[in-house]
Write a protein that binds this ligand. Structure first.
Ligand code: MG
Length: 248
């Protein structure tokens, strides 16, 4: 069931979202070659808890970290650990904060130092596909319009689209209805209405759609080892257009 948020719900969700956005800002400031994914996770944990919030992902379905930290060929759900990010790598940091009864959720793929031109373009294009999709999330539009926007934008540029995982509604739970896939048919699916809060999160591979889960049962990697980007914002649907709650 899709939950429609009241004005007071939205105020609390905005506060939770701001904490999540700040955590990404601090990661961006502190990210250095040689840092382990566990060190990145510690930064996220520190920022979120310093506001009296709880990391939304810690313990979610048994996840052991405060953030999902995924490097290069890791698409999503990277478990923070001893892997080090090196100059030229990319690292996706997906996190959320639980505050005043509501969750937030956002992700950004950071370049570590200087990255190759095609990698830089993958990051720019994936982020741009997110903003195109956000722009499609207007009252009266359908979910398929949002999904199709990501798919069309990324296919045109020759990328692979992860289809086994998708965006979602968010609120008192991290994952609420509806599902927000990164592929779909324009003009199909649920109509968007004012007060819906959804996460749009393109997960885009340099080439090829295929992904699989590592033996650790969590980390999702590309089948062909190519690198992948993941950008996510949490948005509120309003009559005046979509509002990005996790804006940085
Ligand atoms: Mg999400």
């Amino acid at each position: 069931m899709v939950s429609i948020k009241s004005a007071s719900d939205i105020q609390k969700m905005l506060e939770a979202a701001k904490i999540a956005a700040e955590a990404l800002n601090v990661v961006e400031t502190k990210l250095r070659p040689g840092m382990t994914t566990k060190e990145i996770d510690k930064i996220v944990h520190q920022v979120i808890t310093s506001h009296g919030a709880k990391p939304s992902f810690l313990g979610l379905y048994g996840f052991p970290g405060s953030a999902c930290v995924s490097v290069n060929e890791e698409v999503i759900h990277g478990i923070p650990g001893s892997r080090r990010v090196e100059e030229g790598d990319i690292v996706s940091v997906d996190l959320g904060a639980f505050y005043k009864g509501f969750h937030s959720d956002t992700c950004f793929t950071f370049p570590v130092g200087q990255v190759a031109d095609d990698v830089k373009k993958l990051l720019e294009d994936t982020n741009a596909s997110l903003y195109e999709a956000i722009n499609a999330a207007q009252v009266g539009a359908r979910l398929g319009d949002v999904s199709h926007t990501v798919e069309a934008y990324c296919r045109e540029r020759g990328y692979g689209i992860v289809q086994n995982y998708c965006g979602h509604g968010i609120g008192r739970e991290v994952h609420e209805d509806p599902e927000v896939p990164n592929h779909g048919r324009a003009g199909h699916g649920m109509r968007l209405v004012e007060g819906m809060t959804i996460c749009i999160e393109p997960m885009i591979n340099m080439h090829g759609d295929g992904v699989h889960t590592m033996p650790n049962q969590w980390t999702v990697v590309t089948d062909n080892g190519c690198w992948a980007a993941h950008f996510e914002h949490e948005i509120l649907i309003t009559e005046n257009g979509p509002v990005i709650l996790t804006k940085r």
